[in-house]
Design a protein around this ligand. Structure first.
Ligand SMILES: C[S@@+](CC[C@H](N)C(=O)[O-])C[C@H]1O[C@@H](n2cnc3c(N)ncnc32)[C@H](O)[C@@H]1O
Length: 309
């Protein structure tokens, strides 16, 4: 590997070491509890000795009625291990269950054969995967048709490997999106860091959860309070195609049946019973359509939607 490339990879690997806080895990997963009953939950790309995903599911193992919990640890430089809790059919089903720690043959890479075997057996995958391998990670979950709840950067919504899955209602956003802080190693340098009790944290402005489990939020309608009729001047048409510009979600009119361009944040409120997503238009990226122009000026980027009812 060329020196530059290996330096780049080392930097990327460091940038993947973000550990999710238990409060954020609890806040999200409380909405999915019914989906875990009698299921095998797999936390890959994890570090069960420190991971709050492992901690959350171990502490709630009986309460959630899990059948099995597996977590694989990734070590870029050495063979690694997995941790596992299997429900006993008889005996006490209270308290904190014991776990078994077993060596893996390889380093716990989610793409390795042995990790894929664990994945195949799992019902639901829950984790915060490495941001630098996100495309590949999501593609693998889709290939093996797994249910999942995973953390992502909101920017990935516009990736060409991700957007079609959102548009076609194969994945959607979970509950919490926006700013979120992660514990990071001391050695990782970045903006927006702070310390609490000697632990370094980094704040990110644009984190979300992706899932393909059915959650009530997905069926909540966006309440539309604005009217198009009589206020046409507030909704100019783009120069280059037949759609109106709606600059804020709260301005989506309740009486316009045509095509609208809305900010990308709409994706967090998208209910497929209420709207269709027709596309994503972005001036700077060719696959994302033409990019809307308004009065001769390029609009940064818009989701193109239409009301269903
Ligand atoms: C964003 S961190 C999240 C860690 C943990 N799931 C949590 O939130 O507490 C991503 C983790 O993926 C691991 N990782 C990086 N590349 C990986 C790979 N190819 N296979 C499996 N895990 C990997 C990193 O070491 C890191 O611990």
């Amino acid at each position: 590997m060329a020196k530059n490339e290996s330096l780049h990879k080392a930097r990327e690997a460091k940038q993947d070491e973000y550990y999710t806080q238990i409060s954020d895990i609890e806040r999200e997963l409380v909405h999915y509890e019914d989906h875990f009953r009698d299921k095998i939950v797999f936390c890959n790309c994890d570090d069960p000795a420190y991971s709050n995903f492992w901690r959350y599911f171990q502490l709630k193992f009986y309460q959630l009625g899990l059948k099995k919990l597996v977590s694989t640890h990734y070590d870029p430089h050495a063979p690694s291990y997995k941790m596992e809790i299997v429900r006993k059919e008889k005996g006490e089903q209270i308290g904190i269950p014991d776990y078994a720690k077993t060596p893996l043959k390889g380093n716990g890479d989610f793409r390795s054969e042995e990790c894929i075997e664990i994945l195949k057996e799992a019902d639901v995958v829950v984790t915060n995967p490495p941001f630098s391998l996100f495309r590949e990670y999501l593609a693998q979950l889709m290939e093996y048709e797994k249910k999942f709840v995973i953390i992502a950067n909101l920017n990935t919504v516009t990736y060409k490997e991700v957007f079609p899955l959102l548009k076609n209602n194969r994945i959607w956003l979970g509950y919490k999106s926006g700013a979120q802080s992660f514990a990071i190693p001391d050695s990782v340098e970045r903006n927006n860091t702070y310390y609490i009790n000697g632990q370094k944290y980094a704040k990110f402005g644009n984190i979300c959860w992706f899932t393909n489990l059915d959650i009530p939020k997905r069926h909540e309608e966006l309440v539309l309070v604005k009217q198009y009729c009589g206020h046409e001047e507030d909704y100019p048409k783009y120069d280059n195609y037949d759609a109106i510009e709606v600059g804020k979600l709260s301005d989506i009119p309740c009486d316009y049946g045509g095509v609208m361009g809305v900010p990308i944040t709409f994706i967090d409120r998208y209910n497929p019973e209420q709207f269709d997503i027709l596309g994503l238009d972005d001036h700077r990226v060719p696959w994302r359509g033409r990019g809307p122009d308004l009065n001769g000026k390029a609009i940064y980027r818009r989701l193109i939607i239409r009301r269903k009812k």
